[in-house]
Design a protein around this ligand. Structure first.
Ligand code: GLU
Length: 287
């Protein structure tokens, strides 16, 4: 029997903080293939520019990413969604969570958090390192109000225990690993609005995937744990639940994960060195 997969809506969502390298090319090609044949009644392959961190993103890199993807032979639907154009969408989701009493202001600096963790012998750890110790969750309401009124800067954190109490147990589906029990508490009280940009990766990505009708979220397995938080946010915000496929990461010859420091493996560098799109696709695991 012929095996058929339903058409999917997938997306590639790079942050324009550097040139596209082979690891990104792998992710983009993976998402495009997972959409299946595109066209009327078929799959949809979307591109999203994740540029909420204005200090790290550059229009120059955005242009270079689009050029490299097109050179690789990828075609995506228009218009491209650029997150910095949609801050209102994230603010609306944040207001809803705040209205439900699930957020609290966090005045801690990175340094204060590190010091607090170092002081505490029993600092909880998650898959990505020590968790936020909850200092500002325990602030006295009067102090909280006074610091806000004094204009002290703050981030907004999710009170994950309160959120999980509200939603009850959740699961999600990963194409590689199967049914997964959501464990958002393993990441602690994540930041949903950074003090400098008013939103965060977790919030923006969850809102966008819903607004863009993404049915299958594909991305590297380095973001596997983030999905626990996204699944929780979907439940809190009544958003549709896609499926996920976290793929393995490309490594260099020494087994180290490819990163932006591997400049020689930037798609643009390979192109300038005379490689063809087909050769670069093969290097990215899509020969
Ligand atoms: N923008 C993220 C990155 O470049 C990917 C986001 C996602 O696929 O969820 O790592």
């Amino acid at each position: 029997m012929l095996e058929t997969t339903p058409p999917e809506t997938t997306r590639f969502a790079p942050s324009p903080t550097g040139l596209l390298h082979l690891g990104h090319a792998h992710s983009a090609l993976f998402a495009a293939r997972a959409a299946g044949p595109t066209g009327p009644g078929g799959g949809r392959f979307l591109l999203r520019i994740e540029d909420i961190d204005r200090a790290r993103c550059r229009p120059l890199f955005e242009a270079a990413i689009l050029e490299d993807l097109a050179w690789l032979g990828l075609r995506w639907e228009q218009p491209v969604r650029r997150q910095s154009d949609h801050l209102d969408d994230y603010a609306a989701a944040l207001a809803r969570l705040e209205g439900a009493g699930l957020l609290y202001p966090c005045f801690c600096t990175r340094r204060e958090i590190a010091e607090e963790i170092a002081r505490s012998a029993r600092a909880p750890h998650g898959p990505e390192g020590p968790l936020y110790p909850g200092t500002c969750r325990r602030l006295d309401p009067a102090e909280r109000a006074a610091r806000r009124a004094a204009g002290e800067g703050f981030a907004l954190r999710l009170d994950v225990e309160a959120a999980v109490r509200r939603t009850g147990p959740l699961t999600w589906h990963d194409a590689a690993k199967g049914e997964i029990r959501a464990a958002p508490e393993s990441l602690g009280d994540v930041v949903l609005a950074r003090r400098d940009i008013g939103t965060s990766y977790h919030l923006a990505v969850t809102v966008d995937d819903a607004l863009q009708g993404v049915t299958l979220v594909t991305r590297g397995e380095d973001l596997f744990h983030a999905t626990h938080v996204h699944r929780l946010l979907q439940a809190l915000l009544d958003l549709p639940v896609p499926r996920w496929h976290h793929h393995g990461l490309l490594a260099d010859e020494t087994g180290r994960r490819l990163a932006k420091r591997h400049d020689a493996l930037a798609v643009a560098a390979l192109r300038e060195a005379g490689k063809t799109p087909q050769e670069v696709r093969a290097m990215a695991g899509f020969g």
